[in-house]
Design a protein around this ligand. Structure first.
Ligand SMILES: *Cc1c(COP(=O)(O)O)cnc(C)c1O
Length: 523
């Protein structure tokens, strides 16, 4: 078997026996799916997919720079190139194939209308250095989207340029730091609940704050007594996700905001779960001072697999003057970009990226908003919560829910129900792959043992939810009946079987090199 330098197979392992004694295939293909080598492992390096005319015999102008050896690009015809990429794409899961139940990620259907709009040449082909008079439509779209975001959240300003949720957190905390510093009040600590997404403490530390954890109550919410005890004159901010990463609404959110403000600190809300409350709750009314909105979660737009993100940050009146440049303003009939720290931007904390943010994401998000309308967005939240509770209700008899009572947009299970079976959360998730489903989020939030966090989103129909629940219930039955092999060996049907994910994360190989791909590496 061919191994790469860290001992991972570069080809599917042909298994002799699968559950039910299904014979392995001889050539590595499965069903109608073909095995596919990396493009650099193919023959034909000196050929070309295009028929170029012979170069003339004139002397080259390149002198010493003339190429003496092949540059190492594979030569493929159009059908070969097409098949290569289509075959590779079939080895991955996609939201267009089936439910993508990753909790905390909001993987919803991306309407084709969004894609059509994002490809309009007036949006797709603009250049960030074009004269502003020639991109008035694009600036107007940014202004409209900003208006929707401020209206939906009840906030005074929005910084559009952050390129992801985590980048938005950075933006929010930099604005908070600038606001404290403007008062000559340098503060040291940021409080973060134990269930927080890892980006929250990472951001606070990156900005230079000490991070202190706030305990969680038995019912999965912020422990108010612990918060009150830890607040003090050196606390700059609290970072709270609402609904939180356990899929629960922070019931005491107003009290949290009051305590935080009374201590002279700011309330940063991680808005990654805004999908559950969009159109129903305005975070500004809850006392939030800054919140990022992952456009790529709440307002559709493709993500996963490293696609672009966009994380605008809405800001309260207290923080608005510190918003980063650039931002769009309307003067008379014309839209203008405020680029420098002068005039209305004199207190801006700086800028976060070279240009204005992710134009393609703005177009998709606004298309999503306009096609739903205000009432439709409210229904998004309602349907997302309904779907999650449907899953929670169907699976609860067999799997153990981490917390009692209804959930918001995601259903959280722990691994108590697997006790004594010898099967772990990881094994269970791998068996889901064999059944054609992407696993749910596993082992997060960390406060729940063996967590399985399932988020269906509003875009799944009852039929799709039932298909998913039926499979999970069958798997759960198999687990409880002692069919351990089905889980321990899973996935049997995936192209590469079970990988060493820790090694892959710790020692990623990001560049293919021929000398590493062969048997030498297997040592
Ligand atoms: C997704 C997520 C983030 C980070 O957002 P990115 O866009 O991935 O940077 C932060 N917090 C929570 C709760 C999230 O789910």
């Amino acid at each position: 078997m061919s191994m790469n330098s860290v001992g991972r197979p570069t080809r599917p392992t042909l298994v002799a026996t699968l559950p039910g004694a299904i014979p392995a295939t001889l050539g590595g293909g499965r069903g109608l799916l073909q095995d596919e080598a990396l493009i650099f492992e193919r023959e034909g390096w000196d050929s070309s997919g295009v028929d170029l005319p012979e170069p003339s015999q004139d002397a080259s102008d390149l002198g010493d720079m003339v190429r003496r050896a092949p540059i190492g690009l594979p030569g493929l015809s159009e059908p070969e190139a097409m098949r290569h990429y289509v075959r590779l794409s079939q080895k991955n899961h996609a939201i267009d194939l089936a439910l993508y139940p990753l909790g905390s990620c909001t993987m919803k259907h991306n309407p084709r209308l969004n894609e059509k709009m994002a490809r309009l040449p007036g949006f797709a082909d603009v250049h960030p250095l074009q004269p502003q008079s020639s991109v008035q439509g694009a600036l107007e779209l940014m202004d409209q989207l900003a208006h929707w975001l401020m209206t939906l959240t009840g906030m005074s300003a929005v910084a559009m340029s952050p390129k992801a949720g985590a980048h938005g957190e950075l933006c929010g905390l930099l604005a908070i730091r600038a606001a404290h510093e403007a008062r000559g009040d340098a503060r040291k600590r940021v409080l973060v609940p134990t269930s927080a997404h890892g980006t929250n403490p990472a951001t606070a530390a990156f900005v230079g704050y000490e991070v202190e954890e706030i305990a969680q109550t038995a019912d999965g919410r912020v422990d108010i007594a612990d918060l009150a005890a830890k607040l003090g004159p050196d606390v700059a901010a609290i970072m709270v996700t609402n609904p939180n990463t356990c899929g629960l609404f922070e019931r005491d959110v107003i009290q949290i905001a009051e305590l935080v403000h009374a201590a002279g600190a700011y309330f940063y809300c991680d808005g990654a779960n805004f999908n559950a409350i969009v159109g129903r709750v305005r975070p500004g009314d809850l006392g939030v001072d800054a919140m990022h909105i992952n456009l790529h979660k709440t307002f559709s737009t493709p993500h996963g697999g490293g696609g672009p993100g966009s994380g605008p940050v809405v800001l309260s009146a207290a923080l608005a003057p510190f918003a980063p440049t650039p931002f769009v303003v309307k003067r008379g009939e014309a839209y203008e970009l405020v680029e420098y720290r002068e005039g209305e931007a004199v207190q801006a904390f700086g800028r976060l990226c070279a240009f204005h943010g992710q134009m393609g994401m703005y177009v998709r998000a606004l298309s999503y908003m306009l096609s739903h309308g205000a009432d439709g967005l409210k229904q998004v939240a309602e349907d997302a919560v309904l779907n999650a509770n449907y899953i929670k209700a169907r699976l609860s008899g067999v799997m153990s829910a981490a917390f009692e009572g209804p959930c918001m947009h995601e259903a959280l299970f722990d691994d108590h129900w697997l006790e004594g079976t010898g099967i772990t959360t990881l094994d269970f998730a791998k068996a889901m792959i064999d059944e054609g489903f992407h696993p749910m989020t596993m082992y997060f939030p960390l406060v729940v043992h063996g967590a399985m966090l399932i988020e269906p989103t509003e875009t799944e129909s009852k039929a799709e939810l039932d298909r998913f629940c039926d499979v999970l219930l069958l798997l759960a039955e198999a687990a409880k009946a002692g069919d351990v092999e089905r889980f321990k060996g899973a996935p049997f049907h995936a192209p590469l079987r079970r990988l060493d994910e820790t090694l892959a994360a710790r020692r990623p190989r990001l560049r293919w090199r021929p000398e590493l791909s062969t048997d030498v590496a297997a040592e």
